[in-house]
Design a protein around this ligand. Structure first.
Ligand code: NAP
Ligand code: G4F
Length: 343
């Protein structure tokens, strides 16, 4: 009897928060996982180091390959070699504020990068199922709750680039019959969140302030509201989208929205601190245009995919604060990070 072939997945953005959790999920499910990484002078694989496999052993299923979403010929070459059953496009310049400073580059990676990928799949005649990481930022200030029916009203170069990617996904699905799922994910966080996103910026500061290593945390708009979930729940939803009978667009969200101020209150309280004594305003963290209130309606994903987030707001805050407190206590708090230099 022929052995069942392992399924093969390609993840762009495997070194990011979501890429690392998705790689764990796929490897646990028997996939061969190819992770596309960017060449850099410092080998940037902190989030997937624990998944390392010796390339010389027979069951070597995590394979890193160099590539870049700005490099179409390399993407074509990789897809021709790997012929993945599933492609998860998570690679992006994912910081909204940075997108105001680098709008052209953000568009190149987040928008045109998707065209490069989809054109390669189409031109090679692959049957790969494709997941595209779109974003709740695309809704801008459209009234909450936002669902798949809500009009897109992007308010940043990042959101505009993601909206372009979203429409390319829909176009290629309709024009060429490709299996392309657009995931409209609301904010999702974890102890692996990049340190310049507001949640992790807060939880790292809490841990350092509690340990007497820092006094003040500078933030921008405390009134903005986000629907914050837990990243491992969301990568499961990405996988579910590619196991569905038909490709479609899906919102993933918790359905609860909280302000940055509420996040601060809970995070500082977890470490028995009063946030008002430590948080100061700095206008450098205000954006040229803000998205005020995101709150997602994920009922379609719940009904059609059976997806449900397990971790809610307060538990998420606790998970993140506890992880950063532990990192400081064990000397793993690496403060040479970008956050210290930038935002
Ligand atoms: P992240 O932690 O910032 O990771 C981004 C990944 O993209 C990193 O692996 C990064 O590589 C890679 N990347 C950046 N530029 C690239 C390029 N030119 N070519 C190839 N790869 C490139 O982001 P995340 O939070 O995991 O998010 C994953 C995806 O979901 C992104 O597309 C993001 O925009 C989208 N999204 C995220 C959220 C959220 O709340 N987390 C919500 C909605 C949508 P390096 O490690 O080398 O920088
Ligand atoms: O944590 P943030 O930078 O995330 P943002 O802008 O919501 O974007 C994240 O979620 C999107 C999904 O909706 C993703 F597509 C995107 O890739 C990214 O993962 O900011 C959250 C809120 C904003 O309103 C911001 O103005 O926090 C506010 N904020 C207040 N002070 C701050 C700060 N944000 C940051 N990064 N730093 C601050 O000091």
């Amino acid at each position: 009897m022929a052995m069942k072939r392992s399924r093969t997945a390609l993840i762009t953005g495997i070194t990011g928060q979501d890429g690392s959790y998705l790689a764990e999920l796929l490897l646990a499910n028997g996939y061969i996982v190819y992770g596309m990484i960017r060449r850099s002078s410092v080998f940037n694989i902190d989030r997937i180091e624990h998944l390392y496999q010796d390339p010389h052993v027979a069951d070597y299923r995590l394979r890193l390959v160099y590539g870049n979403l700005t490099d179409g010929s390399r993407i074509t070459q990789l897809l021709a070699e790997i012929k993945p059953d599933e492609i998860y496009n998570l690679g992006a310049q994912s910081h909204v504020q940075v997108s105001f400073e680098q709008p052209e580059y953000t568009g190149d990676v987040d928008a045109v990068g998707v065209t490069r990928l989809l054109e390669s799949v189409r031109a090679l005649g692959l049957n790969s199922r494709v997941y595209l990481a779109c974003s709740s930022e695309m809704f801008g200030n459209a009234p909450a709750p936002q669902s798949e029916q809500t009009p897109l009203m992007p308010r940043s170069p990042y959101a505009a680039a993601k909206a372009y990617a979203f429409w390319m996904g829909k176009s290629y699905r309709e024009a060429y019959g490709l299996f392309i799922a657009n995931g409209i994910l609301f904010n999702h966080e974890s102890p692996r969140r990049g340190p310049t996103f507001v949640t992790r910026k807060i939880t790292r500061a809490v841990a350092r302030i509690a340990a007497g290593k820092q006094k003040t945390l500078y933030l921008g708009n405390l009134d903005a509201c986000r629907d914050w979930g837990y990243a491992p729940d969301y990568v499961e939803g990405m996988w579910m989208m590619l196991q569905a009978k038909k490709p479609d667009d899906f919102v993933l969200a918790t359905g609860e929205s909280h302000s940055v101020r509420e996040f601060c209150e809970l995070a500082f309280a977890r470490a028995k601190l009063d946030w008002r004594k430590h948080v100061k305003h700095d206008k450098r963290y205000l954006r040229p245009a803000e998205v005020d209130h995101l709150c997602g309606d994920a009922s379609k994903a719940r009904k059609q995919l059976g997806w449900k987030p397990r971790v809610k707001f307060e538990e998420l805050v606790n998970i993140m604060v506890d992880a950063d407190v532990e990192a400081v206590a064990t000397g793993r708090d690496d403060f040479r990070s970008e956050e210290r230099w930038f935002k």
